[in-house]
Design a protein around this ligand. Structure first.
Ligand code: PLP
Length: 382
């Protein structure tokens, strides 16, 4: 099927990505196995072999040992398990969490705080970066766990994770990194980053929805969130999903192999869009795109009604986002933009374009034209 000029264009790859053909094929092939990986008979063993093959291939792609990876349903589950599991065992030590984390980190951290566990909320700078100084300041108090993402999903800012991990370790704390927005866009070699725990989601890198990966360094054990079985080393009960795991592995291998080339392509799209809209009245670029992830371009348009802008764009066939998909459902101004110092009004007047490997320069030109038109018709009356 070839795309026509009126087909909708997908600029929302931070919310999800199209399933890759290779991953779909792997899924279909593996789905023919009838056994449950936990069963002791030979058909169970065949399913178990597929699951373990997937674990090995994911570990290899991330520079890890297979036993260091758990399969789960995605990063919301992984983040919640890390935060509630380790955060709940901190005793008198505090948890340090950046203010720009995904809600699946922020909400569990708020719950722990409500239960009396001290939380240091790390403030990013205006570009959305948590500077090592901000963490060093927080680490003056005894800290058990630090949670800082690698690339932010709303504005694309990239955090100095290796430096933050060094500081955390020197203070005796573990570092958890939400790496959801990274595979295929940024390097994901975990030994270089120094994170002790990391979370991934297959649907953000061309794999299936509902499949995630949780890395915890050898020696770290997490209490299960889901109870009732000994699967995944007793850290996650529930029948495992060998087909989903294998499709995740195939997509991850491709994402890692193509990362340098795809990152360069996304950077070109990001630059082209920014230069085509730069002169729009009231435009504020969020984060520092050139220093951040090439996947995201987030802009706020002062004096414009954000939701109306998004709807207008949609009518013109441009599928972008107001912020994160989860925040969009809650219709709340984004906590990430508020942390950058935006007013509620400016946070609501924000639009995120997120690029993928199938986007083209012609689509970017179409998006720029549409944004100009939509901005005019969505201007708030003075
Ligand atoms: N963390 C980040 C940075 C994300 O962008 C998302 C998805 O939007 C998640 C976590 C949650 O991932 P999942 O969809 O696998 O639950």
């Amino acid at each position: 099927m070839t795309a026509s000029a009126s087909d909708p264009v997908f600029f929302d790859h931070a919310s999800t990505t199209p399933l890759r053909q290779e991953a779909l094929q792997a899924y279909l092939r593996a789905s023919r196995e009838v056994g449950n990986p936990a069963s002791l008979h030979q058909l169970g063993e065949r399913a178990r072999d597929l699951l373990e093959e997937a674990r090995e291939r994911c570990a290899q792609a991330l520079g890890l040992k297979p036993r260091e990876l758990l399969f789960n349903s995605g990063a919301s589950e992984g983040n919640t398990q890390v935060l509630l599991g380790l955060g709940g065992a901190l005793g008198t030590k505090q948890l340090a969490v950046s203010r720009i984390e995904h809600s699946s980190v922020v909400v569990p951290a708020r719950r722990l705080e409500a239960q009396g566990i001290p939380v240091a909320w790390l403030q990013p700078d205006r570009a959305g970066v948590v500077r090592p100084g901000a963490l060093a300041e927080a680490l003056r108090r005894p800290t058990g766990l630090v949670s800082v993402m690698y690339a932010n999903n709303e504005i694309g800012s990239v955090q100095p994770v290796a430096e933050l991990a060094e500081l955390a370790h020197a203070a005796g704390a573990l570092l958890h990194c939400d790496m959801v927005q990274c595979p295929g866009v940024l390097p994901v070699d975990l030994s270089a980053l120094g994170a002790d725990l990391a979370t991934f989601s297959a649907h953000k890198f061309g794999g299936p929805r509902g499949v995630g990966l949780l890395y915890r360094r050898r020696g770290i054990r997490l209490p299960p969130l889901i109870l009732g079985g000994e699967q995944e080393d007793g850290e996650r009960a529930g029948t495992q999903n060998p087909a989903g795991a294998l499709a995740c592995a195939v997509a991850l291998e491709l994402a890692v192999a193509e990362q340098v080339e795809v990152a360069a392509q996304l950077r070109q799209l990001q630059r082209a869009l920014l230069s085509a809209i730069r002169d729009l009245p009231g435009l504020l670029v969020n984060g520092s795109p050139e220093q951040g992830s090439p996947k995201v371009l987030s802009v706020s348009l002062a004096g414009v009604h954000g939701e109306s802008l998004l709807m207008q764009l949609d009518l013109m066939g441009i599928c972008a986002s107001v912020g994160s998909a989860c925040a969009a459902l809650a219709m709340q101004p984004s906590h990430v933009l508020l942390a950058l110092g935006h007013s509620q009004e400016l946070a609501r007047a924000t639009i995120r374009f997120s690029f993928g490997r199938t986007n083209t320069l012609a689509e970017v030109e179409r998006a720029a034209r549409a944004l100009r038109e939509a901005a005019k018709s969505s201007a708030l009356q003075p």
